[in-house]
Design a protein around this ligand. Structure first.
Ligand code: RIB
Ligand code: CA
Length: 307
């Protein structure tokens, strides 16, 4: 069976330990051609998320992939305080090299516009791992380009479970709820990967040790990232792999169950901001609601140990 042509993707990210694992998974997957990475403030400030994107590419020897700095603040409200979860360097102290290439001068939204207008419509997917500010600005400022996106696969939101910021709010949508509302209501092809499903994909210390034991560079680095993920959250037997679920869905959608839900995003008070509500007034979105957790972990390990 001839291999399908790799899918052209953009990774929009706020690395971030779990972002980093997703990025390393994408770099290990020949199913993707990564056109570039766009960064956003979220887990930590824009300078650090952009630096971390460069560090990951330097580690993987993939300086051919350009990095474009994006939004330093949300569309219309103050940005979140850095999350301690990811450490002072935003990447849990992982032993990554310094970037060997500076980010491009072109701003993220300008580059995304150029890419989407140059590539055939529908051939570029956006894998969004952080607050949706860059994607929202593209939709608002350059709709003729945004409408050419093949599919947006975004980690964000929570439907039936408790949030990880407020009772019903998840960090990526809470950090910039106005941006999330723009993306959800845009009607663009969107697959949302919420906490309801990412909490079903849990890395244990045994999983990390097995990766480390392979001695394969990407696998060993993910093991280091997981170790710091454990260190920053005491007494946890396992850690949810939120952002890697975006890449895992793109690689093996058959391992996930999708529901079509009509969603609206709350842009209300601090605690409620970013909350998702299902209702007839909402916009139809495909939402991943369950996953074969062990199968996707096996896929993650297989990809990380293949190179
Ligand atoms: O709620 C989980 C999300 O918030 C992940 O993208 C994580 O990196 C943080 O940004
Ligand atoms: Ca993230």
């Amino acid at each position: 069976m001839p291999h399908a042509k790799p899918r052209l993707i953009v990774i929009d990210t706020d690395p971030g330990i779990d972002d980093a694992i997703g990025i390393l998974l994408a770099l290990a997957s020949p199913e993707f051609t990564i056109a570039g990475m766009t960064t956003v403030a979220g887990n930590i400030g824009i300078e650090t998320t952009t630096r971390n994107a460069g560090r990951l590419l330097a580690f993987a020897g993939r300086e051919d992939i350009p990095v474009f700095a994006g939004a330093a603040t949300p569309l219309s409200r103050p940005g979140p305080e850095p999350l301690n979860l990811h450490g002072k360097d935003g990447i849990g102290g992982a032993d990554l090299p310094d970037p060997t290439k500076q980010p491009e001068n072109q701003p993220a939204v300008a580059w995304l516009t150029e890419l989407l207008l140059n590539e055939s419509a529908g051939t570029v997917d956006v894998l969004a791992l952080g607050p949706l500010t860059n994607i929202a600005r593209l939709i608002l400022e350059k709709p003729e380009a945004a409408n050419r996106i093949g599919r947006i696969i975004a980690m964000g939101g929570v439907v039936h479970e408790a949030g990880n910021v407020g009772p019903r709010s998840e960090f990526n949508l809470w950090a910039d709820p106005e941006a999330a509302a723009v993306v959800v209501s845009s009607g663009l092809p969107l697959v949302l990967v919420p906490l309801d499903v990412t909490r079903q994909v849990r890395a244990t210390r045994d999983f990390a040790e097995a990766l480390s034991a392979t001695g394969m560079p990407l696998a060993a680095m993910v093991a280091d990232l997981l170790e710091s993920y454990f260190e920053t959250t005491t007494h946890r037997e396992s850690r949810p792999l939120h952002d890697p679920c975006v890449m895992l869905f793109a690689l093996a959608p058959e391992l996930f169950r999708l529901e079509d839900l009509r969603l609206t995003v709350s842009t209300g008070s601090t605690e409620e901001a970013g909350a998702l509500t299902i209702g007839e007034k909402g916009t139809l979105v495909q939402v991943a609601m369950s996953v074969d957790g062990s199968a996707v972990l096996d896929l993650l390990a297989a990809k990380l140990t293949a190179i």
